[in-house]
Design a protein around this ligand. Structure first.
Ligand code: NAP
Length: 296
């Protein structure tokens, strides 16, 4: 396959993903809105473009990894966007988490140019992005998915085609329901353990090998007890996802009572100025209910 790949959005996730593509031997052309982050990548072997349009002019496979639905629309469909430089048969792989419905609209606009879209959101956090072990859930034409396998293999381990455009994003929203509920359970369990006086490190070690284990427990519980609320995944981004979940559930008429409650607790944290904290700061909303602080 053509070894040239474009990469737009070098944030917490995008930067290590672009580095993994370089390590796998791809020639990577990068664009980032804040240019300094793209300049850092040049010293690692990447080529810098001045706009998403330029990325699309220079490469036939363009990955986007930006924050939210309007941001993906802006870099693909906006002024100096990918769509202005894209060539027929090129592929855009959007790995951000955004609206399934907007994804289908973007696919139609790219189709008008003879180009293809894969929605390929990821799970596995910053650690998974660095290690190249992300789970990738892909929506779009199977044939295009197969064409892009070498790229997915450089970024992840569990790579599943789940259906047509928008379905990758739908499965990612399902993933976020699971993440939010599990993290809430981890936070409640730690508050319970703290109040009981048990040693928290030993308690985590005791349960993490059994049926209660989870990514959230293994990766975030140790950070919670150290009061480390640095973001791997920011609360503001989680709320973007839970907004998409609640909107989609409303359209389908599905009740998600626990997810809805967690969405409100995260809202209280945003109101308290915690939007840029990591999702593990959920524990702070629960601590207030019981007057207990975990770890420290
Ligand atoms: P991040 O660190 O905040 O990075 C966001 C990136 O998007 C930055 O490069 C930012 O550019 C760029 N961007 C945002 N709005 C833009 C716009 N309007 N035009 C151009 N560029 C724009 O976020 P992240 O954690 O990497 O997350 C990226 C995506 O991955 C999100 O959809 C998130 O939900 C998803 N995700 C994140 C995780 C995680 O654990 N972090 C896990 C799975 C999925 P600047 O540098 O100029 O700000």
């Amino acid at each position: 396959m053509d070894k040239r790949v474009g990469f737009i959005g070098l944030g917490i996730m995008g930067k290590p993903m672009a580095l993994n593509l370089l390590k796998a031997g791809f020639e990577v052309t990068v664009y980032n809105r804040t240019a300094a982050k793209a300049r850092q990548m040049v010293s690692q072997g990447a080529k810098k473009a001045n706009s998403p349009r330029e990325v699309a002019e220079e490469t036939a496979i363009i990955i986007t990894m930006v924050s939210d639905t309007p941001d993906v629309e802006s870099v693909i469909l906006g002024e100096n966007g990918v769509i202005e430089g894209i060539k027929p048969d090129s592929v855009v792989i959007d790995m951000s988490t955004i609206s399934p419905e907007a994804t289908r609209r973007i696919a139609v606009r790219l189709k008008e140019k003879g180009a293809h879209l894969l929605d390929a959101p990821v799970s596995g956090g910053e650690q998974g992005a660095i290690a190249g072990t992300l789970s990738i859930m892909v929506g779009g034409d199977v044939e295009i998915f197969e064409r892009c396998q070498p790229i997915f293999q450089a970024l992840g381990k569990n790579i599943i085609h789940v259906g047509s455009n928008g379905m990758g994003q739908t499965v990612k929203l399902m993933n976020q329901i699971l993440v939010a509920g599990t993290l809430n359970a981890v936070a409640e369990a730690l508050i319970f353990a703290q109040k009981s006086g048990v040693n928290l490190e030993k308690a985590i070690d005791a349960v993490k090998g059994g049926a209660a284990s989870s990514w959230q427990l293994v990766n975030l519980a140790p950070r919670i007890i150290k009061r480390d609320f640095q973001p791997g995944f920011m609360i503001d981004l989680m709320q973007k996802d839970l907004n998409l979940v609640m909107r989609t559930a409303d359209e389908m008429k599905v009740a998600l009572p626990v997810t809805s409650l967690i969405h409100q607790m995260y809202y209280s944290l945003q109101c308290a100025g915690e939007g840029k904290s990591g999702t593990q700061a959920l524990v702070k909303a629960l601590e207030r209910l019981s007057g207990v602080q975990v770890g420290g």
